[in-house]
Design a protein around this ligand. Structure first.
Ligand SMILES: [Zn+2]
Length: 77
């Protein structure tokens, strides 16, 4: 599986993601371009901004990528 996730206009390697916002950005500024988007924090103080579908995709990919409950794990358990 790919370890790249598309967010905004970038392909982000999953291992660069530090955290993903649980709530959409809101700062009250009238001309804010990020309102309703979810911050995705990367290494080295970088952030990208994901739409709700991008965020859901990213979280799903992170959960799969981190292993844990992979579908092919431990077939004889
Ligand atoms: Zn804002």
């Amino acid at each position: 599986m790919s370890i790249l996730c598309r967010v905004d206009d970038k392909h982000i390697p999953l291992y660069r993601v530090m955290w993903v916002a649980a709530t959409p950005h809101f700062c009250g500024e009238e001309d804010c371009l990020r309102e309703g988007f979810y911050e995705v924090r990367l290494e080295q103080d970088e952030s990208v901004w994901a739409s709700v579908t991008e965020r859901d995709d990213l979280i799903a990919m992170l959960e799969t990528w981190q292993g844990g409950l992979g579908p092919e794990q431990d077939p004889n358990w």
